[in-house]
Design a protein around this ligand. Structure first.
Ligand code: SAH
Length: 352
């Protein structure tokens, strides 16, 4: 047998397992991909995993408890088991599986809130506009809702609640950020666009001498009850504001997690320059972002698509972030990888 050397301009061919073909591989991405998202979304909304948390139940029992149509729920459960979500026994009862357990509200690493958000209409409809976004470069979200993403959330309490709850979940991911960096050396950390403050709370809990300031839009910080009344309340201020206008000044640390990727370069620069203006000369800027890999990596490349469609923002490579920081008056001093994202540390340059 002879193997022909492929010309160097050809991309490398991934090794193919037996009994597969490129068309079947693509078919497997299409099918059941689209249905799987809506199935997991609906299971999360219906709270099905909570129903079997205390023990197995039949489809009829689950239909009654969830107020759903019994024959439809039975078919729905069969489809979910094909995804490893619930398992049926020989007498027709559904049991929790490790996968379905993650949809329980009180699971320590619950992804119920992410499932509720990712299949929701306000994300799903804009995704249908992906083709249009690719054609025009305009965020699909704005084509559908005629408003920017965060303007829409400010006017849509139910969807905002889904978004903020998803952002506040995944405590192990937040813990990995808290562990990966020494926050104890700071006096006061300003969490810019900090949402409901889940990360700041975790940082302050682990570093009892550090004080914090949570800053976000008025409608968002209004929901930051866990910061206002929880165990770190006496060390944490909560301030509402617009980071394009002004950012509270005089702290030695400014933290922005999942903020810069929401914006195009011009807007991202404005936020960073406002941080530069606010920060102490010896202060530290910390970005927590998914760094776009030079080679195609599904996690960051797909998040980049989501940003393109929802907010008109983008994921960036380390070099792109370095250059953005430089233009805003910061030097990138360190990049620390965590399990989910990277912490990028910047120091203010002496102002010219
Ligand atoms: N840092 C949080 C939230 C990230 S989502 C986390 O990682 O979980 C981006 C955040 O930016 C949202 O909470 C949003 O309300 C906030 N935001 C968007 N526009 C803003 C503005 N103009 N001023 C202040 N915050 C803003």
């Amino acid at each position: 047998m002879t193997t022909e050397q492929s010309p160097s301009a050809q991309p490398a061919q991934p090794a193919q397992p037996a009994n597969t073909s490129p068309s079947m591989e693509v078919m497997r991405l299409l099918w059941p991909g689209a249905l799987a998202v809506q199935a997991i979304h609906a299971a999360a909304r219906l709270g099905l995993a909570d129903l079997v948390a205390q023990g197995p139940k039949t489809a009829a029992e689950m239909a009654q408890a969830s107020g759903t149509n019994a024959p439809s729920l039975a078919r729905f459960l069969r489809a979910l088991t094909s995804l490893g979500i619930f398992a049926a026994d020989s007498v027709g009862r559904y049991h929790q599986t490790p996968r379905s357990a993650t949809l329980q509200s009180d699971h320590p690493e619950s992804i119920r809130r992410w499932a509720m958000m990712l299949g929701a209409r306000f994300l799903w409809e804009p995704l249908i506009e992906l083709e249009e976004t690719v054609r025009t470069g305009l965020a699909g979200f704005e084509q559908v809702y005629h408003r920017r993403f965060f303007e829409y959330l400010a006017e849509s309490p139910e969807d905002a609640a889904l978004f903020n709850a998803a952002m506040s979940s995944l405590p192990a991911y937040l813990a990995s950020i808290v562990e990966a960096y020494d926050f104890s050396r700071f006096e006061r950390i300003v969490d810019v666009g900090g949402g409901h403050g889940a990360l700041l709370r975790a940082i302050l809990s682990a570093n009892p001498r550090v004080r914090g300031l949570l800053m976000d839009l008025p409608g968002v910080v209004a929901g930051a009850d866990a910061v206002r009344s929880g165990p770190v309340a006496d060390r944490c201020e909560v301030v509402s504001g617009d980071f394009f206008e002004t950012i509270p000044a005089g702290a030695d640390a400014y933290l922005l997690k999942g903020v810069i990727h929401d914006w195009n370069d011009e807007a991202a620069l404005k936020i960073l320059k406002n941080c530069r203006h606010a920060i102490r000369p010896d202060g530290t800027l910390l970005l927590v972002e998914t760094v776009l890999a030079e080679s195609s990596d599904p996690a960051s490349a797909m998040m980049d698509l989501l940003m393109m469609v929802l907010t008109g923002g983008r994921e960036r490579t380390e070099e792109e972030l370095r250059s953005l920081l430089h233009t805003a008056g910061f030097s990138l001093t360190r990049v620390i990888g965590t399990t989910g994202a990277s912490i990028l540390e910047g120091q203010p340059n002496v102002m010219g």
